[in-house]
Design a binder for this molecule. Structure first.
Ligand code: FAD
Length: 502
């Protein structure tokens, strides 16, 4: 029987029944709108492909989550990511509720000539790779859960989860795993690319704390990957971003830690920027592993006074903070000193944005092997000509446990860096961004010579293919081999893409 005829006859039968027969009716509700039209989508190679109404109806029927097409309720909300500057319109969105839906979506994308496929977890991608025009968006935001086993010191986290949930659940047992600094960032993107954060110098990057992952690869199979099982896939997922499939489960090692840390900001007037940055350059590499020290300069919007200073988290034994922070105190009296004892989970939420979609942004970034005085000069002098005053430049600290892992132990090669330097400009969404973007690009040309590669999670729209390949350094060839094995047709290409060679 033709699918269309089948659905019609089923509808007739269902209409004839009085309602307790709920489940089939719910499925038919979901099928109906999508049956009515074919959709022209695009493949990863940029070719048009027709998705017939029957194929879409069939896809909808196979899912437990929703299939959203343009104009469906929820479509606009789902397609958006954190940065509203990326205003893209996928041909279809699959809102997966679990592994079965993810496999179905991946199969559908592959068998329809390799649809352009974007995978969205927390939606923080700086280059807008978790959404796309005319392809399929696989939205994992309905696939969120965290399970902690305190006695095994392990957490199992599903692929759509956000960092805040992991911090919250683990700390309820006095346990942590190192994650990023903004609680609504996705585990899916942050962890597959590396994972810098307030505990990274103590416990390593997030990838260094993975014990195993489950991955739906391009062939639609679910694969467990660990040091003993599919070790090449496990290696690649730890730093190779979303290149090898959709990670459906992250198995994290947890560490005991007290709930209270000493944390906050110490800020100085912008006129002290050179002193602040110079002190950071000298002290950050030799600071104790328990001290997380970010440093930056900030020109707030609307002409308010600029500042330079430190974001601090000391997670070591009580009483150790004063000693660890003593070098910073030598800078003299700051404008503000908010350092105090506070709840680690609250600290992890303190940088969250209330209405993230109200602000457009543009970011440039690069790793700094050594923070030389010439870089400090370039940062300070370059800021002088700033027209727009809505900018931050800051350093995410490297070193400590991050640098004690061999560059080829995981796919993340930049173990030797002192810091990740990010320069960010924001504007009210809807305002003309041209001036802001042009200015920051010009500013960056003075800073870029001091960088060496970039963090894959800070991939920019401007990065060339050659720069992306070179950025994987000595791990590139091995990554290509893993890509050839698990995604030879490059279905997962919206990322810092490793090009397959087969
Ligand atoms: P998404 O946009 O949802 O996904 C980004 C990419 O990750 C996707 O294109 C896809 O390729 C891949 N992906 C997502 N989920 C999966 C999955 N389940 N399986 C396989 N691939 C997947 N980085 C740090 O290291 N530390 C920080 O403290 C930090 N803070 C940040 C704060 C903000 C406000 C922002 C915007 C970014 C920050 N980042 C930080 C960078 C961050 O790591 C990247 O933006 C990361 O990609 C975000 O992950 P996401 O899941 O939120 O993003």
């Amino acid at each position: 029987m033709q699918r269309r005829t089948f659905i019609q006859s089923t509808l007739t039968t269902a209409a004839g029944l009085a309602l307790p027969w709920r489940e089939p009716m719910a499925v038919l509700d979901r099928i109906a709108p999508h049956r009515q039209r074919d959709v022209i989508a695009v493949t990863g190679d940029g070719k048009d492909v027709t998705l017939t109404s029957d194929a879409l109806a069939d896809l909808a029927a196979r899912l437990r989550g929703r299939l959203l097409l343009a104009n469906d309720d929820g479509y606009d909300d789902a397609r958006r990511i954190l940065n509203p500057s990326f205003d893209k319109r996928p041909a279809l969105i699959v809102q997966a509720t679990g592994v079965a839906d993810i496999r179905t979506a991946v199969d559908f994308a592959r068998t329809n000539q390799g649809l352009l496929l974007a995978v969205k977890c927390g939606g923080h991608s700086l280059s807008g790779k978790s959404t796309c025009d005319r392809g399929m968006q696989l939205d994992l935001s309905h696939f969120r859960s965290v399970r902690v086993d305190p006695s095994a010191r392990m957490a199992w986290v599903t692929g759509g989860s956000l960092l805040g949930a992991v911090d919250h659940e683990a700390m309820a047992h006095g346990l942590v795993t190192p994650l990023g600094t903004v609680s609504h960032t996705g585990v899916g993107g942050l962890v597959t690319g590396g994972g810098f954060g307030r505990l990274a110098r103590r416990y390593g990057l997030s990838v260094d704390n993975l014990v195993a992952v489950d991955v739906v690869t391009a062939d639609g199979q679910l694969r467990h990957a660990s040091a003993d099982e599919n070790p090449d896939l496990f290696w690649g997922v730890r730093g190779g971003g979303g290149n090898f499939g959709v990670v459906t489960s992250f198995d994290f090692r947890l560490h005991p830690m007290q709930r209270e840390v000493v944390a906050g900001r110490i800020m100085f007037p912008i006129a002290r920027a050179r002193d602040v940055l110079s002190l950071y350059a000298d002290y950050a590499p030799e600071a104790p592993d328990e001290l997380h020290l970010d440093c930056g300069v900030m020109l707030p919007p609307r002409g308010a006074d600029g500042m330079a200073g430190f974001g601090i988290c000391y997670s070591g034994p009580a009483g150790g903070a004063d000693r660890a922070l003593a070098p910073l105190r030598r800078l003299g009296t700051p404008l503000t000193d908010q350092v105090r004892t506070m709840d680690y989970v609250a600290l992890q939420r303190s940088g969250d944005v209330d209405d993230p979609r109200a602000q457009g942004s543009y970011t440039k970034s690069g790793f700094v092997a050594e923070m030389r005085p010439e870089l400090v000069t370039a940062i300070v002098e370059g800021l002088a000509g700033h027209p727009a005053r809505s900018t931050q430049l800051f350093f995410q600290q490297g070193g400590g446990a991050i640098g004690r892992v061999a560059a080829d132990a995981t796919a993340f090669p930049q173990r030797d860096v002192q810091a990740n330097m990010l320069c960010f400009v924001g504007w009210r969404h809807g305002d003309d961004a041209t001036e802001h973007v042009r200015w920051i690009q010009r500013y960056w040309t003075g800073l870029e010579p001091y960088t060496h590669g970039f963090y894959v999670n800070d991939l920019e729209v401007d990065h060339s293919t050659a720069a992306v390949q070179a950025n994987y350094r000595q791990n590139h060839d091995r990554l290509v081999a893993v890509k050839n094995r698990y995604d030879p047709a490059n279905l997962f290409r919206l990322n810092a893409n490793v090009r397959p060679s087969v």
